[in-house]
Design a protein around this ligand. Structure first.
Ligand code: NGO
Length: 533
């Protein structure tokens, strides 16, 4: 029944979208995927002006520093393994485009690029930094290695896309607006390899995104090996939307991703969705079903039809073992329990189940994240809610989330009609869905997370996250087309000060990223209203 309602809702939205956005639809059709014919090429921005995300402050001043064949990266003054690693990674990232050797040397050194930790550095917080550039070199200062990493990403943008170049003189002092700047990938509907996700981590980390949320399980596939329940991955991983072979990550592959992301100061938040979205588990083990009968694997895209058996003790042994193994693999503080669209679980059962599941997470020393439906039950102390509503979400549903935020539950904002990267840009977009509406690049960027839900102050917002659901996305090309460039808007919303928020300025800076995205072989969508360089 509920499944049907959502399908009808989708169709209704689709019609609404046709009416409301017909202007942008015809614009897409008329201009195709490229810049408008007859437009002058956009004027190039000065390096400090093209930074994306926009920094808290940047001031050009005096002569700069030419990064050249003699440039050395100094990681000093004292030996510090983390700083050394940030320096090595920065060297790696700069060597390719610049063609320079850029040796990394411990110690304070002289001319060159200097990385320094200063626990008293002002105006930079835990993740921010100061970048000072002058004829004698470039000094990156931060309180933490994460801050130095972010400084390095800014430095990359101050250099040309290819070849050596001069970083103009001046100072950037920078820190993020929100602590949580996330991107979610759904590897359950279509399977993607760790290699592909690592590539995304690199693409995101350069824009200071610091969290990767991985949707590991759903009706269509279970994607992570669990030693105590091996058939989950071995059998339950062997399907995906459309009938393809699916696949799963071994624990070693998962660890490798966590380490890779960690070196880029990206935390991994794993999600095991429950009590709904579990058909792959129900297909793997008969004992997880209330009737003891194993389910068929599922390759369609309906939601809301599966549920764990809330009345069975075996269910709780299952989640205990699965979450225990996951907690052990996860150095970050969060485990995501899903909790969305449990349409086949009666409300009282849902609340009872989520109580026990949250307690398990707590017992393993982790903090719960869940989709905002948890607000209809009892979120555990400290639990974080991820809001995925949209402009037409019923007031009562929003009110429950606002009440939870007021009761102290931090919010991650992922409005489906802004930050769902699986929504089509326009009707001509080939992959994607439309149930939350069309999401052109401008719409994804043009909202204020600090004042988004009436009654929720900015201080209650932990951050923002862009979600890439993959019902309709099966290839790297489609993934990148849907994520880029909208995910840069997410990065900017999460990092840049509210006062810098302005589409005219943002779209120019976004346009200036075009050559960089191209050089990285990212197949992004050339939105017609962005002045691409
Ligand atoms: C919803 C649903 C997902 C779908 C997605 C598609 C949430 C949290 N639950 O978002 O299962 O994949 O929409 O856009």
């Amino acid at each position: 029944m509920r499944v049907l309602r959502r399908t009808l809702g989708t169709f209704g939205t689709f019609l609404g979208v046709l009416g409301v956005l017909s202007g942008s639809v015809s614009c897409t059709a008329a201009h195709g995927d490229d810049a408008r014919p007859g437009d002058d090429p956009p004027a190039a921005l000065a390096p400090f002006e093209r930074l994306l995300p926009a920094p808290a402050s940047a001031r050009a001043d005096g002569p700069g520093y030419a990064v050249g064949p003699g440039t050395v990266i100094h990681t000093g003054p004292g030996p510090d393994e983390d700083v050394r690693q940030v320096g090595e990674l920065l060297a790696e990232q700069l060597r390719g485009p610049s063609g320079l050797p850029l040796p990394v040397v411990d110690g304070p050194g002289g001319d060159g690029i200097r990385l320094r930790i200063d626990e008293e550095a002002e105006g930079v917080g835990d993740e921010g930094y100061r970048l000072e550039s002058g004829p004698g070199g470039i000094t990156l200062t931060a309180r933490t290695p994460a801050g130095l990493f972010h400084a390095g990403q800014t430095l990359r943008q101050l250099l040309p896309v290819a070849g050596p170049g001069t970083v103009p003189g001046g100072t950037v002092t920078d820190r993020p607006r929100f602590a949580y700047r996330g991107a979610m990938v759904d590897i359950a509907r279509h399977f993607f390899t760790v290699e592909q996700v690592k590539r995304y981590v690199d693409q995101l980390a350069q824009y200071k995104v610091n969290t990767l949320h991985v949707h590991l399980t759903d009706d269509q596939g279970w994607r992570l090996a669990v030693d105590s329940w091996p058939r989950l991955a071995e059998y339950g991983g062997g399907s995906e939307v459309g009938g393809g072979p699916g696949g799963y990550w071994t624990k070693d592959e998962y660890r490798e991703l966590v380490a890779y992301a960690g070196r880029r100061y990206v935390d991994v938040v794993p999600e095991i969705d429950m009590p709904g979205h579990v058909n792959a588990a129900l297909a793997s083990y008969a004992e997880l079903n209330c009737d003891g009968k194993v389910r068929e694997r599922y390759t369609g895209i309906k939601v809301g039809f599966s549920s764990l058996c809330v009345g069975k003790e075996r269910t709780y042994e299952f989640i205990d073992q699965v979450l225990g193994e996951l907690a052990e693999l996860t150095p970050g503080r969060y485990l995501h329990l899903g909790g969305d669209e449990a349409h086949s679980t009666p409300a009282a059962d849902y609340a009872a189940f989520m109580d026990r599941a949250q307690a398990v997470v707590g017992r393993y020393g982790k903090t719960v994240v869940a989709w905002h439906q948890l607000a209809t039950a009892q979120p555990a102390a400290g639990a974080v809610l991820q809001y995925w509503g949209h402009d037409r979400t019923p007031a009562a549903e929003k009110a429950a989330v606002v009440a939870a935020a007021k009761a102290g539950h931090p919010l991650i904002l992922s409005p489906a009609d802004r930050l769902y990267l699986d929504m089509k840009y326009g009707l001509a977009t080939k992959p994607g869905q439309v149930w939350a509406g069309l999401v052109p690049v401008k719409r994804a960027y043009s909202w204020n997370p600090g004042a988004y839900l009436a009654g929720v102050p900015e201080s209650a917002v932990l951050g923002v996250e862009a979600a890439l659901w993959t019902e309709t996305i099966a290839t790297r090309g489609d993934w990148e087309l849907m994520a880029f460039p909208r995910v840069l808007g997410l990065a900017e919303l999460g990092w840049s000060p509210a006062a810098s928020h302005d589409w005219a300025s943002y779209s120019r800076r976004l346009g200036a990223q075009g050559p960089r995205l191209q050089a990285q072989d990212i197949s992004y969508y050339r939105a017609p209203d962005v002045p691409w360089q």
